[in-house]
Ligand binder design. Structure first.
Ligand code: ACM
Ligand code: ZN
Length: 523
């Protein structure tokens, strides 16, 4: 018996946890988990206890054995640890986990689950080798902000689909869900003071077919989330250590709002919820006080729903030069520019956008929130404390950090999951373009190009999943996975500690996990 157990010592290459923990020491022996008691120290908060209970339920369901004193798994509180840190010690009699709080507890559970047979994710009794290898693990993340974005506007995802997205994020230790809720093609968040946003703005009269810009499938499309549903998502995410950051994209990407309330535009419309992709020329009027009343009303309700430290206010792709800038022909905008002493010229529109962004930023900071915006807003005089999301490559994030602003790196060149995963586009589902294979995602180093001393302004890394060409949850998951697993090591693993060979050797186990979770993915 003892000899057999000793032989079960796993080799390092058999340790298939993603993201790889900071320190793993494998020891002789195993701990059989079926029937183990699971104890969570009373000092932990209710959500931590609930996370441990979820782990216990998963274990009982998958092993088919209820806790019956066959060994012990304990969760102890260690207030000296960093907020997301945890340690795990496994010996033949049991498991001891230490963590300071919820995220550490969750990540210990996720690491333990990945060390077990993938059937632990299946929720039903499965015949498998239900043992954990004896080991010592100490682990904590490199970045505090580990995000994944979802465009719920170009295509709409149900609450259940959104929760499944959060499930797989939690499994790979991501902790920020950037929820893109407003767009030209659909407004998705119920706002009680402005009911037409969802009566009118949540629905479009058809969608362009494939990449045929002159087409329309003629199928009315839309949907929205009630405030109760959004709160349910916030709570579900919080239980999994994830903060939901809502985005209200302004002053561009607002056609659905303009269709709902045409007086918010420079011309008064009429406007239609957009049926095509791309950058619309139609934007909020910057000279009309009603627009600021509208934005403050919307953001007040958004703040009530979302307790996140950050609110994302967009700021990207405000101007479509080819189709003209409505601000150039609007008396109200002209008066506002005179009031602000903005000089005529090519920079004028950027200065006016800066005014809009900074005014909204001031409103949100007065309400105790911090603001994130896309890197276009660096073009103006950015209010102190604004965080930049660098999407047009890495330059915006680098410039922001060097100007003393925090930045989240989401460069399209490495982290836009709507790009193709293969050069053989004919055998891939339709994508927006680009070429972003798994290995390129994995290769991303967030400090590349950053001057020494500015690194501490890079607060994290996120991938974005825009859904113009993604209409089904199966396709969504295919674009997400396994690239999000590669992202998780970029976010979690210390600089220089990633290892592509080790990561790729773990993909077989990753695919078993994704199968057990019922996720679609690219092989
Ligand atoms: C973006 O991709 N327009 C932020
Ligand atoms: Zn105007």
């Amino acid at each position: 018996m003892l000899a057999a157990v000793a032989c079960a010592k796993p080799q390092p290459q058999e340790f298939h946890v993603i993201p790889m923990p900071e320190s793993v020491t494998l020891l002789d022996g195993v701990f059989p988990v079926a029937g183990a008691d699971i104890e969570c120290a009373e000092e932990f908060d209710a959500l931590s206890a609930k996370a441990v209970a979820r782990f216990a339920d998963a274990l009982a369901a998958a092993t088919g054995v209820k806790p019956s004193g066959k060994g012990l798994i304990t969760f102890e509180k260690d207030d000296e640890m960093a907020p997301e840190e945890y340690s795990i010690t496994i010996d033949p009699d049991g498991v001891a986990v230490f963590a300071a709080g919820l995220n550490g507890v969750i990540y210990a559970c996720e690491t333990l689950k990945q060390m077990l047979p993938a059937a632990i994710y299946g929720g039903k009794p499965a015949k498998a080798d239900w043992v954990l290898p004896c080991c010592n693990i100490v682990d904590r993340p490199r970045f505090g902000y580990r995000g994944m974005h979802l465009d719920a506007c170009r295509h709409f995802w149900t609450i259940d689909e959104t929760k499944k997205y959060l499930d797989v994020m939690a499994a790979y230790k991501l902790n920020r869900f950037h929820w893109h809720l407003t767009e030209d093609q659909g407004w998705r968040a119920e706002i009680k003071a402005y009911p037409r946003l969802t009566e009118v703005g949540a629905w479009r009269n058809g969608t362009m077919i494939g990449k045929d810009w002159s087409s329309n499938d003629g199928i009315r499309y839309g949907g929205f989330y009630t405030q109760e549903e959004m709160k349910e998502v916030v709570e579900y995410a919080a239980e999994r250590g994830i903060t939901v950051i809502p985005e209200v994209d302004l002053p561009g990407h607002m056609v659905a709002a303009l269709a709902s309330y045409p007086e918010l535009g420079c011309t008064g419309g009429p406007y239609e919820v957009w049926t095509k992709w791309g950058v619309s020329s139609q934007i909020l009027c910057a000279g009309n006080e009603k627009v600021y009343t509208f934005l403050e009303g919307v953001l007040s309700e958004i703040m009530d729903i979302f307790p996140s430290e950050y609110i994302h206010i967009g700021g990207d792709e405000c101007f479509n030069e080819d189709e003209g800038i409505p601000w150039d022909h609007c008396p109200k905008c002209a008066a506002k520019m005179r009031e602000l002493r903005i000089k005529k010229g090519p920079e004028a529109k950027h200065q006016l956008q800066t005014y809009v962004m900074n005014r909204v930023q001031k409103f949100l900071t007065e309400h105790g929130r911090m603001v994130i915006g896309w890197d276009e807003i660096l073009q103006g005089d950015l209010a102190e404390g604004t965080t930049i999301m660098s999407w047009r490559g890495v330059d915006g994030g680098i410039a922001a950090a060097e100007r003393g602003h925090d930045a989240v790196m989401t460069p399209n060149s490495f982290l836009y999951f709507d790009y193709y995963q293969s050069k053989d586009q004919d055998n891939e589902p339709l994508a927006i373009g680009g070429y972003l294979p798994l290995e390129k995602v994995y290769s991303y180093e967030p400090f590349d190009g950053i001057k020494s001393g500015a690194e501490n302004h890079i607060i994290g890394v996120q991938a974005n999943l825009w859904t113009e060409y993604i209409a089904t949850p199966e396709h969504l998951e295919y674009m997400l996975l396994p690239r999000m697993c590669a992202l998780s090591e970029v976010q979690w693993c210390k600089a220089g500690s990633k290892d592509w060979d080790r990561f790729s050797a773990s993909l077989g186990h990753t695919f078993e996990i994704l199968d057990a979770m019922g996720m679609n993915y690219r092989q």
